[in-house]
Design a protein around this ligand. Structure first.
Ligand code: PLP
Length: 388
């Protein structure tokens, strides 16, 4: 059975060219970039080359890129770094209620250390109202953090507008762009952000490497203490193969971005239309147009997301649901709840995220399998009216 992977927002396969670029830095040119002999200097050179490629993808200067262990560390660094470096100015941070756990949980930690967190609501599409951001700013506000696009529903936030508001108020502005970098155009100056998080494994790079863009002049307390790597902003010996892979993935993304976004938008339309035509009592979650080119998130009445996932898996199709299964309870997606969906609709959510190796045939296969899976589950569902 051919496996169809439609969970590219969770992670992407590493591009073969990226793997090839990384290989020499495991055991041929394996030097420590801090060493002054040639092995070390070679490694240092390729890190700087990769930094340039990542900077180029987002319109930044090379020295504004700090490599991290991934998107989670970049988010932690941005929030804690600004909070602790700017405590004397204020203790208020504004974010949204649909951020990734990496921001939400960091916010909870900061709240436990005396910072005041505001979690802004979103509308039915998952959009943060810039007017609400403006209203929430006080003379104690030191940071605004709103994600560029949501990982579950794919909604793209009005970052440029929020950036303008942040700038006028003299407040630092961070965006988690883990789901957008490499997929839609991202330019730190157009967006007006001071900090921006990225993760290589979402754009066909390796896992365990990411970066934080830090606008020149931004006051930030280092997150890792130790050596003097990354201009003293992030201690620890650099993940040389990972960083080289990230650079290669960034370069490939830059070359392919517009063509690939167009192709995925068309596949997305084919999938969305096909689902709506074939299945009753289904709705699209997130904004119909202001969304990532590769994201289709639906709520299916009278069935649970997990049941659909497991049944699709048996047919070789990998997708995702927003609800997280824990040992004693099924928690519906907090993102969908924040968008105003009732818990039963939030429970029945299914996310397909398409990518580089998704074909029209894959979409046709999903459109053949999904109606059958849903009909079978509905026939067994204790949730009326499908129960016979
Ligand atoms: N932020 C967003 C929006 C994400 O989707 C993810 C990953 O799913 C992360 C942060 C965390 O990135 P990483 O897996 O590199 O830590």
């Amino acid at each position: 059975m051919k496996r169809i992977y439609l969970d590219y927002a969770a992670t992407t396969p590493t591009h073969p060219e990226v793997v090839k670029a990384m290989l020499p830095y495991f055991n041929e040119s394996f030097g420590n970039p801090s060493s002054i002999y040639s092995y070390g200097q070679e490694a240092k050179g390729v890190i700087e080359e990769a930094r340039g490629k990542v900077a180029n993808l987002i319109g930044a200067r090379d020295e504004e890129i700090v490599f991290t262990s991934g998107g989670t560390e970049a988010d932690n660094f941005a929030l804690k770094g600004v909070a602790f470096a700017n405590e004397s100015k204020g203790n208020h941070i504004i974010t949204s209620s649909i951020e990734h756990h990496a921001v939400i949980e960091t916010g909870k930690f900061l709240a436990s250390r005396g910072f005041l967190m505001t979690y802004l609501p979103v509308d039915e599409y998952g959009i943060v109202d810039p007017g609400e951001v403006k209203k929430a700013i006080t003379d104690k506000t030191i940071l605004i953090s709103v994600m560029h696009a949501n990982n579950e529903v794919g909604t793209i936030e009005p970052i440029t507008e929020i950036g303008r508001i942040a700038r006028e108020a003299g407040v630092y502005f961070h965006t988690d762009a883990v789901q957008t970098v490499g997929h839609i155009p991202v330019d730190v100056n157009e967006l007006g952000v001071d900090l921006l998080s990225m993760s290589a494994h979402k754009l066909y790079g390796p896992k365990g490497v990411g970066a934080l863009y830090v606008r020149k002049g931004t006051k930030l307390t280092p997150f890792m203490h130790g050596g003097e790597q990354e201009k003293r902003r992030r201690a620890s010996t650099e993940n040389v193969p990972g960083i080289v892979g990230f650079g290669c993935a960034a370069e490939l993304a830059r070359q392919e971005i517009s063509q690939e976004a167009e192709r995925l938008t068309s596949l997305r339309a084919q999938l969305t239309r096909g689902i709506m035509e074939r299945i009753e009592h289904v709705r699209l979650n997130g904004h119909p147009l202001k969304r990532l080119p590769n994201n289709v998130n639906i709520s299916v009445d009278f069935v649970e997301g997990e049941s659909m996932l497991l049944n699709l898996d048996l047919e070789g199709i990998c997708a995702s649901t927003g609800s997280a299964c824990s040992s004693s309870s099924l928690e519906p997606s907090y993102v969908l709840l924040a968008m105003g969906l009732p818990p039963e609709q939030a429970h029945g959510s299914l996310r397909f995220t398409l990518g580089k190796w998704t074909t029209e045939e894959d979409i046709s296969r999903v459109l053949e399998v999904l109606p059958r899976v849903i009909a079978r589950l509905r026939a067994m569902s204790p949730l009326l009216p499908y129960r016979k």
